[in-house]
Design a protein around this ligand. Structure first.
Ligand code: MG
Length: 391
């Protein structure tokens, strides 16, 4: 009898507890909860072109530019909204016009098939099937979906995935090539706030060594190198890597052409520094053939179609004992804040894209002393700056 009484008492408490702690309350929205407006339960997509203006002329092996084409996307559902972004450096072949064409197909053929945004797996599979390429356009849908769903849950994605925000690394800050010593020195000064410098090499030997010598003449911070496929000969590349290792360089990204996997594997086997794949690694299905050719991969949302695939690439790379890095194009805080969500899983983060822009249209991920800081804000933690974009 007393057992039954205890049971009833406990059951009563459980019932009372259940009334107090409904799962939706346990999963309560964190600070700065997303705003819900009145809205239809139809997934609706809007987009707006945005021209990113760079603080410096950006030169990598092969090209130079001062602006970058971007499209900002917005998905709405049931009064919630989420923002996404396609950032498209011209050498990758996507344009604002190709994004518009792509979005029309998303609106006509994909969104009507889904009555809620939670089926990210199925929605992104349908988006991916529209065309073979258009990875930045796809990423802009994926990022908006994650922001939207995170806003509805009232939680950031790093928390939904179970990552520890204390594991988020420092970001590198890129010093691009410049022919003028004065301009390189200006860029070094501009980079003084951060802890790791990234240098774009892959020009001539004299120019590559000039860049490093200029930096080392006044700065002893760790350096990571991105050769952007610029080195043509494996013996030369290995000699350069040894020369760089003696000057406090920590890592080399994409030393040779993305197609020269045998030569890169030869370098990787002998390299005193980790060799990471960037141009060679676009999507998850690239990873198996890169094992052995590189020590690790650089994940970029604009290459891999967004966070859903990026999260899976992390698991696959870890299973293959490959190192991880997260990178970016020149992007606003929308895509940078998305990429920051996976940063606790990587050794190197190259998420300075929004700092290279003079006209960022959102506030998002904050760097504190150069370190990525993941805040407890829903979705991607974005706040639209007033008066820059209209969607
Ligand atoms: Mg790179």
């Amino acid at each position: 009898m007393s057992d039954r009484r205890t049971f009833l008492k406990t059951a009563g408490l459980l019932t009372a507890g259940a009334a107090m702690w409904h799962p939706s309350q346990l999963f309560a929205r964190s600070a700065g909860a997303a705003k819900k407006k009145a809205g239809s339960k139809k997934l609706e997509l809007a987009w707006e072109d945005f021209q990113g203006i760079m603080k410096f002329t950006f030169t990598i092996s092969g090209s130079s530019r001062t602006t970058t084409p971007i499209v900002i996307t917005r998905l709405t559902w049931d009064g919630y909204e989420g923002y996404g972004e396609a950032a498209m450096p011209p050498y990758l072949g996507e344009t604002q016009a190709s994004c518009h064409e792509f979005y029309k197909k998303v609106v006509d053929n994909v969104l009507p098939k889904f009555d809620n945004p939670f089926q990210i797996e199925d929605i992104m599979a349908a988006v991916d099937k529209i065309t073979t390429n258009n990875t930045a356009a796809k990423a802009s849908i994926d990022i908006a979906l994650h922001d939207l769903v995170g806003n509805i849950f009232g939680q950031p994605w790093w928390k939904i995935w179970g990552f520890n925000p204390k594991d988020a690394p420092y970001t590198c800050y890129t010093i691009g090539y410049d022919a003028s010593d004065d301009m390189v020195n200006t860029k070094i000064t501009e980079a003084s706030w951060n802890k790791i410098i990234k240098v774009k090499l892959g020009m001539s030997e004299a120019e590559d060594k000039r860049m490093i010598n200029l930096i080392r003449a006044r700065d002893q911070r760790p350096i990571v190198i991105d050769a952007n496929q610029g080195w043509k000969d494996k013996y030369y590349a290995l000699d350069m890597i040894h020369w760089l290792a003696e000057r406090g360089v920590e890592m080399i990204e994409q030393p040779m052409s993305k197609l020269m996997l045998d030569e890169t594997a030869w370098i990787t086997e002998r390299s005193p520094l980790p060799v990471m794949a960037d141009e060679s690694c676009q999507r998850i299905y690239d990873i198996p053939r890169l094992k052995g050719a590189f020590h690790g991969i650089n994940i970029k949302l604009m290459k891999c179609t967004g966070l859903w695939e990026a999260r899976q690439m992390i698991t696959m790379a870890e299973q293959n004992h490959m190192k991880l890095m997260v990178g970016c194009m020149t992007e606003t805080s929308v895509a940078i804040s998305a990429a920051a969500q996976i940063s606790p899983k990587v050794i190197w983060a190259d998420l300075d894209g929004n700092y290279l822009l003079g006209n960022d249209c959102f506030d998002g991920m904050k760097l504190v002393d150069g370190r990525i800081t993941l805040e407890d804000k829903p979705g991607l933690g974005l706040t639209k700056k007033p008066g820059i974009i209209s969607i």
